[in-house]
Write a protein of this length. Structure first.
Length: 117
């Protein structure tokens, strides 16, 4: 696996659930097609965004293609807490994709709102 999406072992200590139990306003950057990549997430975090989502990633492509993994998912230690959003129509592929990103994410979101094949 290339270093673009697996930069190094990262500790994900922030629990997104704890954010919502803090009693404070939680600022969330929802997934936006083509915009919610690492550079944008880094920018919104500078303006106190508490929780960010990746753009939707097609799980089948992500699992089957190193090129798709390298272009669709990048992160770093400051990109936390992070929820990775996948679209899938096969539970095994969704599970495989989630396993790949789980060391670098705080949660997995299943996109059920956008039409998919």
């Amino acid at each position: 696996m290339k270093s673009a999406y697996r930069p190094h072992s990262m500790s994900r200590k922030k629990d997104p659930i704890e954010l919502f139990h803090s009693g404070q306003l939680v600022k969330v950057c929802a997934p936006m097609v083509r915009y919610s990549k690492l550079a944008f997430r880094t920018l919104v975090r500078k303006y106190s965004c508490d929780l960010c989502y990746t753009p939707m990633i097609v799980a089948a492509d992500f699992v089957q293609s190193v090129k798709a993994r390298d272009s669709e998912f990048t992160t770093n230690q400051g990109d936390c807490p992070l929820i990775v959003q996948f679209a899938a129509n096969d539970a095994r592929l969704l599970s495989d994709a989630a396993r790949i990103v789980c060391p670098y994410a705080n949660g997995i979101d299943i996109n059920c709102g956008c039409p998919q094949r």
